[in-house]
Design a protein around this ligand. Structure first.
Ligand code: NAD
Length: 290
């Protein structure tokens, strides 16, 4: 397939490389020369504008920083430049309302389009093991699935346009809450005199068990290998978790629900990010309880 790929950063770089590896012709664009250079090395063709990259393609994939950029790239460089029958796939994490607006504009111009944010970080993007949560019509989903399957291990239809973003932010709000709860439980157990490994052995087979504990334990040396074992480097940056929590709170306001624990998690990550921890893995929040 001939595919345009826009946004070749930490995530998009690996994703575009996987599409090229799977045999697709990838027409890549990014504002950064360095990112373009890496994409070329990975077997992509590179272009100096997004609209040139979109010429003659069957699909467009984007992986961009935020909703404003996604809206402007689709308005100015994709719609009207990619062929009308090209399927459009935005994998960025953005707000639900913007995702729905961009998809409505694309559909008006005759395109099938989905929002398709991902679960999994840079390693999963490079390894082709992302999970895609896809919002859009059944037809658009089926067409997008054929492209997304070459970049991930699971492609799940979440429902109508914007529902991929809704699934992503609800999941990440739960993850933030769960991580803070896990951190507090381990620190409290320790201060009450329990050895962290002993608490893990008990709680990981009891009702407190959760992903943040048994797959991503914030305590160094406990549970499987995680960023805690690497001084909280790599993994999922606090700044990105905060971005998702802000999107979650915005979405909550539009849906007229007040998730109180989610709001508190956002406040705690805001404070942690604000004290210079934005680039540390989000599990480092446990160090606030030292
Ligand atoms: P990044 O900053 O590394 O990459 C974004 C890229 O977009 C950059 O290379 C930048 O030059 C490019 N860009 C910006 N404006 C552009 C424009 N107008 N046209 C073309 N290119 C443009 O960010 P990332 O970590 O790759 O994240 C991308 C998206 O994936 C974000 O929405 C993020 O929330 C989401 N995400 C990231 C992770 C992660 O672990 N990094 C995990 C899940 C989801």
């Amino acid at each position: 397939m001939k595919i345009a790929f826009i946004g070749l950063g930490n995530m998009g770089g690996g994703m575009a490389a996987n599409l090229a590896k799977a045999g697709h012709t990838v027409r890549a664009f990014d504002l950064s020369e360095e990112a373009l250079g890496k994409a070329k090395e990975a077997g992509c063709e590179t272009f100096s504008t997004a609209s040139e990259a979109c010429a003659g393609v069957e699909a467009v994939v984007s992986m961009l920083p935020n909703g404003q950029i996604v809206k402007s790239v689709y308005q100015s460089d994709v719609i009207g430049h990619a062929p009308g029958d090209a399927v459009l796939i935005d994998c960025s994490t953005i707000d639900v309302a913007t995702a729905r607006d961009v998809i409505a504009a694309a559909e008006e111009a005759g395109h099938d389009m989905v929002d398709s944010p991902v679960s999994g970080g840079i390693a999963a993007a490079e390894g082709g093991t992302l999970t895609f949560m896809v919002g859009g019509s059944e037809t658009a989903f089926k067409r997008a699935e054929a492209v997304l399957a070459d970049m991930g291990k699971a492609v799940i239809h979440a429902g109508d346009a914007g529902n991929g973003q809704a699934a992503k932010i609800c999941n990440n709000m739960l993850l933030a809450v769960q991580m803070i709860g896990t951190a507090e439980a381990f620190k409290m157990a320790e201060k009450l005199g329990l050895d962290p490994q002993t608490f893990y052995d008990i709680s990981s087979v009891s009702s407190g068990q959760c992903w943040s504990m048994t797959s991503y334990c914030p305590v160094p040396g406990v549970g499987p290998q995680s960023p805690a074992d690497n001084d909280y480097k790599g993994g999922f940056a606090t700044a990105l978790m905060l971005k998702d929590l802000k999107l979650a709170m915005d979405a909550a306001a539009t849906a007229h629900i007040s998730p109180r624990i989610g709001a508190l998690a956002k406040e705690l990550y805001e404070a942690f990010d604000g004290s210079g921890n934005g680039s540390r893995d989000f599990s480092a929040i446990i160090t606030e309880y030292d």
